[in-house]
Design a protein around this ligand. Sequence first.
Ligand SMILES: [Zn+2]
Length: 67
Amino acid sequence: MSYCPDCGCKMYNGVCSNCHEDLIIFDECLEYGIEMSEEFLESVDECRERQKEYAQREDVKRAIGKQ
Ligand SMILES: [Zn+2]
């Protein structure tokens, strides 16, 4: 198990359950077939961009490596 260097929450494969919460909700919506609003999908896109940059960070890579 690895933890986010920013907030200390659980991180899965470079996705923090707190900082990138929208991505996790998005996956759940897909899994359960829940309809998502345009607004939410936009914030998911934005969150995905943030997560890409996040995953490139050295401190994040180190945290993932400890998994
Ligand atoms: Zn975080």
